[in-house]
Write a protein that binds this ligand. Structure first.
Ligand SMILES: [Zn+2]
Length: 474
């Protein structure tokens, strides 16, 4: 797909709409355009590496090295995670930070083409666009650094390299370490099929492992000597599935059977599931979690086996900040929608044809700032934990055609070519411009902080992770 890449680089400068853009924001835009080719290379390298949770050694290094080469002081291996890092430039207040993710998803390797075709059969792929996520955020941080270095802004900019978002949620350990304690406002974005200043929350979730321990025996010769761990597993999942009728519509319960025995002629003495409970609020999730935990004991009693429950990790719902969202909204409107070539639109429509969606191509128009829903749908993110410790501004930018199935080959395809690159550059610009507003306007920072304090109320943040080091190598 080099054809698309080279064609697009000529047309890459995203037009800024007629409204007045300040001198500092113009400097941000030209800095990002100056770094654009390198940012695309970085993103493509991370896309090709496609490293999964806590294995992102190469991806983390590429980003950390580029930050260092651009004058940031980089602390690697923070919070007990070799692939987590913090890049800092400047001194004093305000301290404004931006998040970068870079992990891939297993099993969805895909070429940068609009029909399903793995690049490496069975390998991982960037089905959530995190190759774009980390790179755009670093591009924004570098542009802000250049503003500080030129004397046009005062304060500190930080880039957080945050590993393992797709599994284990690395940010929790970074939050627990107090890495955002000195930050005034944090920014984040996520690759999307839409462009918007994101003022919706996400779902809180909690992950835990349930293990059953029985007694093995010959399944035919002496089954009366066996106590079956898989019987307990089946009774347990039956209990969960009966329970579904009595939970609120905002709750989700998932499980993944990781070990249900090995062969048909042995009464299994071991079985294991990964269980996940979600709700739109942590406060609603916890009672469901307690109930689903308790069911393991019931199943163990029925099957006459032992059981063990181990917490893996849990994340908070995102604490929305509308004052911050309004600033992001104004900057998105200044940038205007992304423009696409006919070839890119054809690429997008082909993906929509292949995935059974209306063939409308990419949509990056900026809708008015939405109302914040009390009970949003959708997924979960460890950005939630950051957002309960520092005010957070969130952004979604189009990197794939409308209605693209997420965590799929189609997102991998777009993230490795110009549709993804354009979204990445747009995100870097919107983040950089919004950070500029925060550096220029202390009253705005105070307003954002006041809303954060009001929304948080007297809730005391407690990281939902077990004692000990992060689960690296699991
Ligand atoms: Zn993601």
């Amino acid at each position: 797909m080099k054809y698309f890449t080279s064609l697009v680089l000529l047309l890459f400068v995203i037009p800024v709409t007629g409204q007045k853009v300040s001198g500092n924001k113009k400097a941000i835009l030209s800095s990002i355009e100056k770094h654009q080719d390198r940012l695309v290379q970085i993103s493509d390298s991370i896309w090709a590496l496609a490293e999964t949770a806590f294995e992102e050694t190469g991806s983390s290094k590429i980003l950390a090295d580029y930050a260092e080469a651009n004058g940031f002081e980089v602390e690697r291996g923070v919070a007990g995670m070799p692939t987590a890092f913090v890049a800092t430039y400047g001194s004093g207040k305000p301290v404004i930070s931006v998040l970068g993710e870079f992990d891939a998803l297993p099993g969805i390797s895909q070429k940068a083409q609009p029909t399903k075709s793995p690049l490496n059969e069975g390998a991982a792929g960037h089905g959530c666009g995190h190759n774009l996520f980390g790179t755009a955020s670093l591009g924004a941080a570098i542009a802000v650094k250049e503003l500080i270095a030129s004397g046009k802004a005062k304060g500190t900019v930080k880039f957080f390299g945050t590993p393992a978002e797709e599994k284990f949620f690395g940010k929790i350990w970074m939050v627990k370490e107090g890495l955002w304690d000195d930050v005034d406002v944090n920014l984040s974005w996520h690759p999307s099929a839409d462009t918007e200043a994101d003022v919706q929350s996400t779902l809180a979730l909690i992950d835990f492992k349930v293990e059953f321990f029985g007694q093995a025996a010959h399944a035919s010769a002496d089954p009366w000597n066996g106590r079956s761990a898989s019987d307990a597993l089946e009774l347990y999942t039956a209990g969960i599935n009966y329970y579904r009728e009595h939970i609120k519509p905002t709750v989700r319960i998932h499980y993944h059977i990781q070990d249900g025995g090995q062969v048909v002629n042995v009464v299994p003495d071991y079985a294991r599931l990964w269980v996940r409970v979600r709700d739109t609020k942590r406060s609603g999730m916890m009672p469901v979690y307690e109930r689903v935990r308790a069911m393991a004991e019931g199943a163990a009693i029925m099957a006459n086996v032992d059981y063990k429950i181990s917490l893996i990790s849990g994340i908070y719902e995102v604490l929305v900040n509308r004052a911050g969202g309004e600033v992001m909204q104004r900057n998105l409107e200044l940038l205007g929608p992304i423009t696409y070539t006919d070839e890119e639109m054809a690429f997008g429509r082909k993906i929509q044809e292949e995935t059974g969606k209306p063939q409308v191509g990419m949509v990056s128009d900026i809708p008015p700032l939405k109302e914040t829903k009390e009970n949003p749908g959708g997924g979960s993110t460890d950005v939630g934990d950051v957002s309960w410790n520092v005010p957070n501004i969130n952004l979604g930018v189009t990197v794939a055609p409308k209605d693209t199935p997420w965590h799929s080959w189609a997102v991998v395809a777009c993230g490795g070519m110009s549709i993804g690159h354009k979204g990445m550059i747009q995100a870097a610009k919107a983040l950089g411009m919004t950070m500029t507003d925060l550096f220029e306007n202390p009253k705005l920072v105070e307003k954002i902080k006041a809303e954060y304090r009001e929304r948080k109320g007297d809730e005391v943040y407690e990281p939902m992770i077990p004692e000990g080091p992060p689960p690296i190598g699991n």
